[in-house]
Design a protein around this ligand. Structure first.
Ligand SMILES: [Zn+2]
Length: 265
């Protein structure tokens, strides 16, 4: 099903994987179309050469949006402040605007680069939580290789959980009752599996709720002040090496931070 943008749809800044999936669905009508006109202030690609090229496909890998052209790919990364509009424009100049006979795609404040290599060579599709090739076993193996990593950093590691951003991180950890500063290597194996599976499950829920414009309504922890389970204030801190905002409950989110005592040693 192609997602239809309402008249004044303005996606949030700092898109996470599901928001890029919505973009990919929304631009399907431009596949096979010729670029009639291209403009923008990106210096990383030669915009004057785009006119007349046909769109072969649109793909995504986590937070990367990929515009596949006959001989190369344009990679769009929305970073912290990037955004996109379809058939609408902002007053600010676009980084890249592609116009077709049936509409236009406008990209703002994003990073754009040209990729020459085959996408299968550079992208590990099995690391993308929303890709049909997602491999949960591989993700578990990758996590086991980084036992000292904090879960709040592990979830944001795009080589393990491509597409997961800060909202997904906070919601997943609250749902499975894990404190963000827990070390990956100290999680019991059932908890590790739960972490991996919930990252996927919540990403797809995020997608559905985002399409219904009810995403924020469903937040249980992200940007919230009180734990709905314990009715105590959430702690709000910038944690881990990634230093992104974490919202967590000191009561129901368990901290796995010390080695279990071996009674037989
Ligand atoms: Zn709680």
């Amino acid at each position: 099903m192609i997602f239809q943008f309402p008249e004044k749809f303005n996606p949030s800044v700092m898109p996470e994987g599901p928001t890029i999936v919505i973009l990919k669905e929304a631009v399907q009508p431009f596949i096979g179309k010729e670029i009639r006109h291209a403009e923008g202030n990106t210096k990383n690609i030669d915009i004057s050469n785009l006119q007349g090229l046909k769109i072969i496909d649109f793909k995504s890998w986590g937070k990367h949006f990929l515009i596949c052209l006959p001989d190369y790919t344009i990679r769009v990364h929305f970073m912290m402040f990037g955004s996109y509009l379809i058939n609408l424009r902002k007053s600010m100049p676009p980084r890249l605007s592609l116009q077709f006979s049936n509409g236009e795609l406008n990209l703002y404040a994003c990073s754009i680069i040209r990729i020459e290599e085959s996408l299968n060579k550079i992208y590990d599709w099995s690391a993308d939580v929303m890709n049909p090739h997602w491999d949960r076993e591989k993700a578990i193996q990758k996590l086991k290789k980084h036992p000292a990593k904090l879960v709040c950093d592990a979830l944001l590691d795009q080589h393990i959980f491509s597409g997961v951003g800060n909202i997904i991180k906070n919601e997943v950890l609250f749902r499975i009752r894990i404190h963000p500063e827990s070390a990956v290597g100290l999680l019991p194996s059932a908890k590790l599996s739960e972490l991996v599976d919930e990252a996927v499950k919540y990403s797809f829920q995020f997608l559905e709720w985002k399409k219904e414009f009810t995403l924020k309504k469903h937040w249980l922890a992200h940007n919230k002040t009180i734990c709905p389970r314990d009715h105590v204030p959430f702690h709000k801190k910038k944690l881990g090496k990634t230093m992104r905002r974490s919202f967590f409950c000191p009561i129901c989110q368990k901290l796995y931070d010390s080695q279990p005592i071996n009674l037989f040693n």
